[in-house]
Structure formats: C-alpha cells, structure tokens
Design a protein around this ligand. Structure first.
Ligand SMILES: [Zn+2]
Length: 210
C-alpha cells in the first residue's frame, strides 16, 4: 500500500494511510500536506529563465528569484529563503553541519568570499548573470546616492551663493574637481553625470534627471 498523499511514493504506512513523513506533518500541522520549511522551493520556468519561489516559515510566498535557466542546476539542491540585506532582499540558504550562510548570487558567480557582488538593477532577487558583476567594496559604495546635506537634490551639485549659480564638482580621490557653474540645477546634475561616468565607469552613481 502506498501513502495516500498525491505524488508520494513511500509505501511504508505508519497510520491513517500515511507514510511516516506525512503522518508526522498531519500530527504537527493538522494536514499531511501542510507547508514545511524543509519542502523544496517551487520552480517554474519561462523561456530562458527560471523563477524560484521563496516562502516565509508559515509558507506564504514572499518573493521569487529569477535566474538563467542553465544556472538552475547550481541552485536547485539548496533550500532558499528571503534575506533582508542592507540595500535589498537576497536569496540565502544555510548549508553544512555548521549551517553556513550562502547567498545565491555567489553560488552562481562562483563562491569568492573576497569580492562583493553587485546587482546592476539593484534588485537583489534578480540573479540572472547579465545582472551580476563582481565589485570591490569601494565600487559598491559608489553606486549609492549622494549625501543628503547638500543644497541640491542631486549628487555632485551645490548652490553657490557668490556665483548665484548651481555648481557641479566631483571628488577625485581626496581632491574636489570643479566641473562648472550652471543656471539650471538639472544641467549641473547632467554635467556631474558625464564627469563621474568618465572617472568611475559603469559603477558610477548617476543622478536621475528627467
Ligand atoms: Zn507520504
């Protein structure tokens, strides 16, 4: 006789027509098919990508991680849950007897503890390779908005009282480099964007100017 739960192939019945695992779940949670933190993540595929469903301890879906379909083989042997990081949510798991924390984006790029991984679109649950790149700590820090205590809402822009204009400037190492004065705050922000992109390349934080 087989366990009466759909899809379960165990044939050693403990009680109530259920295998040991499903009988225990019925006793603990009231239903043989109740969610358990040990259940594997559901995975659905769509074309070239796959979505890994993340659930909280109660079993409520709290998010999905998107990965390139070929990378499923790297991640599907772990149980993934959602972890709140400093800037975003990430997919995390625990592994080994010491329950070491691992992050899905590191598993995908190869587990190099010495470097940080940057999510280009800042969605920590978008682990497609096109969205991941290695970053040094300082590069990651550059990819954040500017200080709040300037007189402009844009990074690299401040109001210059003497000139009665918006001033764009940028720190190159310890030195502040003057970019120019502008009547329009947005023009100063755009000038900063151009300069910071020249200096810092693709890791630069760019002002959003409409
Ligand atoms: Zn069963």
């Amino acid at each position: 006789m087989q366990c009466s739960v759909d899809g379960c192939e165990r044939d050693i019945i403990v009680a109530r027509g259920l295998c040991g695992k499903h009988y225990q779940r019925w006793r603990l949670k009231g239903s043989p098919t109740a969610y358990s933190a040990h259940d594997p993540n559901e995975i659905r595929t769509e074309g070239d990508v796959a979505f890994v469903v993340l659930r909280d301890v109660e079993g409520t879906a709290v998010g999905e991680v998107i990965v390139d379909r070929p990378d499923l083989s790297l991640v599907e042997s772990y149980k993934w849950y959602r972890m709140k990081g400093r800037y975003a949510y990430y997919a995390a798991s625990r592994t080994g007897s010491r329950k070491r924390l691992i992050l899905m984006h590191r598993i995908i790029l190869g587990d190099d503890q010495s470097a940080e991984v940057d999510h280009r679109n800042r969605n920590g649950l978008d682990n497609r390779r096109a969205n991941l790149r290695w970053a040094t700590r300082s590069q990651n820090a550059q990819n954040t908005p500017g200080l709040a205590n300037t007189s402009s809402r844009f990074k690299g822009v401040s109001w210059n009282k003497n000139a009665q204009k918006w001033k764009a400037s940028i720190f190159v190492g310890p030195k502040c480099k003057h970019i120019g004065y502008f009547s329009a705050e947005e023009d100063a922000a755009l000038a900063y964007n151009k300069e910071v992109h020249l200096i810092q390349g693709e890791f630069a934080y760019l002002n959003e100017v409409r």
